[in-house]
Ligand binder design. Structure first.
Ligand code: SF4
Length: 258
């Protein structure tokens, strides 16, 4: 997901994107379509995945965000027609009830503690104004996610919730450096939906991307699978809650009011 780099300069804890910048020159040249290299990168990341131990807390391969950012970067370089670009926020306006594990929230929460107090207050207020009236529904969603074995299950509680992520301002993500795992995967990874491999990408841009792959004879082009990353973040999360971002933010606001 590219909505945004506005939050980057303010990031305190998670300079993963900077580390990825350093890696760019090492392995990939701009605009190349080297599928064997991409496949090798995917296999390598698959081997490293079970050994990750933190979620945004380190700047090396032991960190899940570092690993997924690297794989998304490799995808970006391998597929020139991949349409996600800086400043696009379509996916932040459509699927904003992204699940956030307690492990991911801990990293976001530190960022909110450390950034300018007024920025955090504005985010909490924006969230309250948009989602405050939907708290019970958000709690229902969170409860249903807790026991849900996979991302592909259709969730009956999501209908009718406001669509825009509260972290989005002027098409920019205000928590970009600490955005959750699913935001990092969006646009680059596949999941199974009703037993069909499906690219996680917005409807507006996804069709054209898949058509461009077809035009290049790449119907069977390699795409990384998000499910092992989802399982790993749940493993690192242990018994921690899994909630929509707006619910975490409402609870944080409660704490501030207490
Ligand atoms: S946290 Fe919200 S604004 Fe940021 S990338 Fe994710 S959906 Fe978009």
């Amino acid at each position: 997901m590219r909505s945004s780099e506005a939050g980057r300069a303010a990031v305190v804890r998670v300079p993963v994107t900077f580390a990825v910048d350093r890696l760019r020159a090492d392995s990939y040249s701009e605009g190349m379509l080297d599928l064997p290299l991409l496949s090798a990168t995917m296999r390598d990341c698959g081997r490293k995945l079970p050994r990750t131990q933190s979620v945004g807390g380190a700047e090396d391969w032991s960190d899940l965000y570092y690993l997924i950012d690297y794989l998304a970067f490799a995808m970006d370089r391998a597929y020139e027609s991949q349409p996600c670009r800086d400043g696009c926020s379509l996916c932040c306006r459509d699927y904003s009830i992204f699940r956030v594990t307690a492990a991911e929230w801990a990293t976001i929460s530190v960022f909110l503690d450390e950034q300018d107090e007024a920025e955090t207050a504005a985010l909490l207020e924006r969230n309250r104004a948009t989602y405050g009236a939907y708290r019970e529904q958000l709690e229902l969603v969170a409860r249903s996610w807790q026991g849900e074995p996979s991302l592909s299950a259709i969730n009956p509680h999501l209908g009718g919730l406001p669509p825009v992520c509260p972290a989005l301002v002027d098409d920019r993500c205000t928590i970009y450096g600490v955005r959750p795992l699913i935001c990092r995967a969006y646009g680059y990874f596949a999941v199974k939906v009703r037993d069909q491999d499906t690219l996680m990408i917005c409807k507006d841009l996804g069709r054209a991307f898949l058509d461009s792959l077809k035009d290049q004879g790449l119907e069977h082009a390699p795409l990384p699978n998000f499910e092992p990353f989802d399982r790993q973040v749940r493993r690192l999360n242990g018994a921690g809650a899994i909630q929509p971002l707006p619910l975490w933010l409402l609870e944080r606001a409660d704490g501030h009011l207490a």
